[in-house]
Design a protein around this ligand. Structure first.
Ligand code: 13P
Length: 243
């Protein structure tokens, strides 16, 4: 079954998140697939209540590398779990670039997610310059190595990887299917070589209802990570129905 994730980023106020989550719950009333919403932290508790009896799961956009203690401003994975968070994005390119998140920090966050039974969705992807210089595959392999090399095969049983070319995020320029699938093959190969079999690989970057299908199919990605189109329940439902 494909996986569909709506990342709301910091686009909505808590009031707007509540209203939007109610609309999602209605539009997904009869949904049978695997889809989840990632609201911002301030909205998680309220959205969690709305989604509790819905067919949608809950994810967070990030989590702390610590679970309890003197870590000012951090969000504990323990508390996320108790709010019903089942998944967490880790290493989204916006956090890597605006907040300088390092591979070491991402590895610590993955460890924390796993130890609290939260499914980590590790985001990787090259920027425009790296692609232009022909370094996309090297950059992605380095990101995988940096975040995952310290884990055992057993540790990473629940891991999901999302390939999001940075130049495609929010730009309307989705990646060409064949190029995206070459990256997917590289990620699959890297995982297999490390003994991590069957890691689902999602695509993200300007996914809309009219281009989503091109990334899916039996030989395509295992799901989609959606930004802009994931704020609108009807658009996201059209995408999530391409199961
Ligand atoms: P867009 O779908 O708006 O390009 O965002 C993609 C993304 O960053 C999802 O995490």
């Amino acid at each position: 079954m494909k996986i569909f994730i709506a990342n709301w980023k910091m686009q909505l106020s808590p009031e707007e998140s509540v209203r939007t989550a109610r609309r999602f719950a209605r539009v997904f009333r009869d949904y049978k697939g695997r889809a989840l919403l990632c609201p911002d932290f301030l909205s998680l508790a309220a959205v969690s209540k709305i989604l509790a009896k819905s067919n949608l799961s809950l994810g967070s956009q990030d989590l702390s590398a610590f679970d309890r203690g003197a870590y000012t401003g951090e969000i504990s994975p323990l508390d996320l779990r108790s709010l019903g968070v089942e998944y967490s994005l880790i290493g989204h390119s916006e956090r890597r670039s605006y907040l300088q998140e390092s591979d070491k920090l991402l590895a610590a966050k993955i460890k924390m997610a796993l130890s609290h039974k939260i499914i980590p969705v590790l985001c990787v992807g090259e920027n425009a310059l790296e692609r232009k210089q022909g370094r996309a595959m090297t950059v992605i392999k380095n990101q995988l190595k940096g975040a995952l090399q310290s884990f055992s095969i057993a540790d990473l049983r629940s891991l999901i990887i999302a390939y999001e070319p940075v130049w495609s995020i929010g730009t309307g320029l989705s990646c060409d299917r064949d190029k995206a699938l070459r990256v997917k093959a590289t990620i699959n190969e890297w995982c297999q070589r490390g003994g991590f079999k069957k890691v689902p690989v999602l695509y993200g970057g300007s996914v809309k209802p009219d281009n989503a299908l091109s990334f899916l199919g039996s030989d395509g990605f295992d799901g989609l990570l959606v930004g802009g189109a994931g704020l609108d329940p009807e658009s996201f439902r059209k995408i999530a129905d391409l199961n």
